[in-house]
Write a protein that binds this ligand. Structure first.
Ligand code: DAH
Length: 355
């Protein structure tokens, strides 16, 4: 066996033994690198006779190519093996059932999603605004005059004065999102704004943080009939039954005329049944957007009009799902949540029922 055959067999053995790419590359460098064994043999050609060169030149080139091919072949094998191993370890059977989720959807979240689904079906988009508001959006643009007692009636949480003497507030209602929407979008507008609201108040039916959904429709010919129809359709869809309602005149600074909507209910032991019965319960505030509010938002009240409404999400959740005390809702007790919470994998939709 010639020296060259011996070299080739030695590298072939090393290459087939190697099991990782880095070690394979070390072998390649040892054989074919600038200072590698084969390269050194090739640099010896210069000292040979022409006759020797004629034989050894092609033989050495053949050896170099053969080792190169062996390295590349092994490299491709090792890469394929690595990919195989990775695919095996990352294998996921998409047909397996999902493992039962640990968490539950909070009833407030569930009810906000139900509302969004009902209003989306009527063509409403969902808007959000900041929890920390300025006086302009929370009060002034909504037609609360400076020093008006309604500002105090809201039990507002005020921030300390900033450098410019301004006092930010935790928004007392979701109505500021009306203002933000009218100032940034051109009518026709049809939005609901769900979110957190804050008032300095706490007892069995009040928590300092609570949730509201605001609604706003602005167009050229929108009238009180649209408001009534929209809210009656909403309440029937929400309680998934025929609900008798009445509209009672009321006062809000940002609407004129203003009303509250009551629903009929009856007591059945400790439970409250919404829909029919002898009693009326107030469920939301509403009205035609006041011309001053339109003007504050840069809309011409001679061209545009519309209606707005606002309702408390937590109370509607309590009525629909029978929770007795509002404060439990925000006590973060996992036993309460596992009892009253909802399956997070079941999406509220109108086709198969809301809940
Ligand atoms: N912002 C009112 C509140 O928090 C609720 C409300 C009443 C909103 C009437 C409205 C409305 O948009 O038209 O008490």
């Amino acid at each position: 066996m010639s020296d060259l055959d011996e070299v080739k067999i030695r590298y072939a053995a090393q290459i087939s033994d190697v099991s990782d790419l880095r070690a394979l590359d070390d072998i390649r460098v040892a054989a074919l690198g600038k200072k590698g064994e084969v390269s050194r043999m090739m640099s010896g050609l210069g000292k040979m006779t022409i006759e020797e060169k004629k034989v050894m030149g092609p033989a050495l080139n053949g050896l170099k190519d053969a080792i190169g091919v062996m390295v590349e072949t092994r490299k491709a094998q090792l890469e394929a093996e690595a990919l195989d191993a990775r695919l095996k370890s990352e294998f996921m059977d998409m047909s397996l059932p999902v493992s039962a989720p640990q968490g539950r959807l909070h009833p407030v979240q569930q009810v906000m999603e139900e509302m969004a689904v009902i209003f989306a079906d009527m063509g409403f988009a969902v808007k959000e605004g900041p929890d920390i508001e300025d006086d302009f959006h929370n009060f002034t643009a909504l037609n609360f005059p400076p020093g008006h007692p309604a500002r105090d009636m809201h039990d507002t949480f005020f921030f300390p004065e900033d450098k410019s003497g301004e006092r930010k507030v935790l928004r007392t209602h979701t109505s500021p999102v009306q203002i933000r929407t009218m100032m940034s979008e051109k009518p026709p507008i049809r939005i609901i704004a769900p979110g957190r609201t804050y008032r300095c108040d706490s007892d069995q039916t009040h928590t300092p943080m609570f949730h509201q959904v605001e609604g706003l429709v602005i167009d050229k010919n929108t009238h009180m009939g649209h408001l009534k129809g929209c809210l009656m359709d909403f309440i029937n869809a929400f309680f998934e039954t025929e609900v008798q309602v009445r509209f009672r005149p009321h006062h809000f600074p940002f609407t004129e005329p203003s009303a509250e909507m009551d629903v009929r209910y009856e007591r059945d032991g400790a439970a409250i049944k919404i829909g029919q019965g002898e009693n009326w319960m107030e469920i939301l505030g509403c009205g035609m957007v006041h011309p001053n509010v339109l003007t504050a938002c840069g809309l011409d009240p001679n061209e545009y009009q519309g209606f707005a409404f606002g309702m408390g999400v937590d109370r509607l959740a309590m009525l629909k799902y029978g929770m007795p005390d509002l404060r439990d809702m925000f006590a973060a007790d996992p036993r309460w949540l596992s009892h009253y919470g909802f399956d997070p994998l079941v999406q509220a939709n109108l086709a198969s029922g809301l809940s």
